[in-house]
Design a protein around this ligand. Structure first.
Ligand SMILES: [Zn+2]
Ligand SMILES: [Zn+2]
Length: 147
């Protein structure tokens, strides 16, 4: 475990510890994505903290917040994950679609990229209905031709 008093002063003065979650909340500036930046804006703090206290970040790895708090810079709450962005991780961990249907079998289709598609929502899409209507019509016509 890394202790807050081990931090260099230039970082420690922007850190506000959260006693319940153990998060070290960054009260300095943030980038457009809401991630903590140092005063000069040149360094993403949680990545720097990870490199300083845990180890180097291999290429293609992202530093992810286990505590889900973007402005947290506590190295104990960080982990490097290969090729998976926070966004993808959220999609994986999603249990329901944005309309509240469960994202689990039998209500899902898998896309090639691993994304889950909500069947209930897809059926409600106008283009899907149009397509199936069209298919039905074609099938009817074909049957008609065959006599
Ligand atoms: Zn945290
Ligand atoms: Zn849905």
């Amino acid at each position: 475990m890394i202790d807050l008093c081990q931090l260099p002063e230039r970082i420690a003065r922007y850190v506000e510890p959260e006693p319940f979650s153990g998060c070290w909340l960054w009260v300095g500036s943030c980038d457009s994505g809401g991630y903590p930046l140092t005063g000069t804006g040149s360094l993403i703090v949680h990545r720097a903290m990870y490199e300083m206290y845990i180890g180097g970040i291999a290429e293609g790895f992202d530093v992810h917040h286990k505590c889900r708090t973007r402005i947290c810079v506590n190295p104990n709450h960080l982990e490097a994950i290969s090729g998976i962005t926070d966004r993808k991780l959220r999609l994986i961990e999603q249990t329901h679609c944005k309309h509240g249907h469960p994202l689990e079998a039998p209500n899902i289709w898998f896309r090639k990229n691993g994304r889950r598609i909500c069947k209930a929502c897809t059926r409600a899409l106008p283009y899907y209905n149009r397509r199936t209507e069209e298919q039905k019509r074609k099938r009817r016509e074909r049957r008609h031709e065959l006599g």
